[in-house]
Ligand binder design. Sequence first.
Ligand code: HEM
Length: 471
Amino acid sequence: MEILMVISFLVLGLFLCLFLLKWNEIIIYHKKGLPPGTMGWPFLGETNEFLKQGPDFMKNKGARYGNVFKSHILGSPTIISMDPELNRYILLNEAKGLVPGYPKSMLDILGARNIAAVYGTTHKYLRNNMLSLVGTSLVKDRIFSRIDKYMKLYLSNWDSKIIDLQEKTMDMALLMAFKQIAEVESSSIYGAFKIEFDKLFIGSLSLPINLPGTNYYQGFEGRQNVIKILRDLMKKRRASAVTYEDMLDQLLRDLDTKYALNDDEIIDQIITILYSGYETVSTTSMMAVKYLHDHPKALEELRDEHFAIRKGKTADEPLDWEDYKSMRFTRAVIFETLRLATIINGVLRKTTHEMKLNGFVIPKGWRIYVYTREINYDPFLYPEPLKFNPWRWMDKSLETHNYCLLFGGGSRLCPGKELGIVNISIFLHYFVTRYSWDEIGEDQKILQFPRVEAPNGFHIKIMNLDKIEEI
Ligand code: HEM
């Protein structure tokens, strides 16, 4: 009798589990014409499996359901598209109701006037303002020389030190951006600012649980403190008769121009600039150094390129735009690093109304994960895709092919693309012409998903190149 009861409980439990697993599909998200796929547990969906299995989650689902399938991840019903044509279509057709769909925590902490939170005419307006600050001609005429000056300084005195390259490149990326925003004040306030900005950054990537002690809660605190520092700065600038040559000055002076912003918008725009270039520039720099270390031929060619630039200069002479334009192999190393490490796995969109894509019904408000990772390893586009081969990018047409979405595409194409490449190129210039380096420890772990990061840091020992040549 007891055995019968246990068996009945087990069977009941099994049915309950199966029912709960089907609950989302049958009751909550039931609709004819949806893409194939499963929605997982009520409320939780398949987030756990997605985060645990990473790229394999996508691969396994793709093998089972095809290039377009449905799931429930990160708190929202989501269509995952790994179809290159569809991905391109989605990025090029924001006007048809395919607007950014970033998670709540990110939007809450980055601000309501963050460029990724808006669309339509507001997006156009903020984007034009953004381009007037970081567009290529600005990088060439105003920003470049400042990056050169501070990067040279930043990379001095590293000789004989053991550093955590992950920490250093993150600091480098934020500092270089901060110097563009408030150059003069940066030396006195950057330290305090970075502590608060890091809280904001971590909070934006966390689950939206607003309880004391959570990253999300601290992210808000960070945002409030960042705002306070920026408001003080703006107040002081307004009270001063001095003119400065940096982005804050331009933002405050722009009041009569076509793309003037109010104070709240100025603050969100500054946070956006600092945030967008933070992890992208730092992780690409770190991974480029890692790949160069592992591929001595590529390092040799990169060094030759940079020594040829130095040859025509005195020791302290700065780099100029022409030097940057001549760094063809460096650019190839950066693109190959972005591809192979997949610094960006994809971008998020959501639908403003129900629509049909690839013959499937996509309900209003569903998120679409435009998953671009797989295309980075397409053997037709990139023969021997798992090999670090920067030479493949020496053919410039690869950078502009239809499915190269390393910097996004369409009306959201990264406005900081050239700025990011300039930062990394100048970093590599001073790094490889001054130093040689060895990794500490055989096997320093670098995670590839959901973000590229070294959970215990990435430690290297630095040696001055001069000293090595003397030996
Ligand atoms: C290696 C460096 C970088 C990479 C790989 C990168 C990549 C990307 C990608 C893939 C997007 C598209 C996002 C989407 O479609 O939702 C994007 C957008 C954006 N990026 Fe970058 N980025 C880099 C550096 C920078 C820098 C230095 C800035 C500084 C201003 C910046 C500012 C932005 C902004 C503001 C957007 C949003 C544009 C819009 O919504 O109109 N990025 N970036």
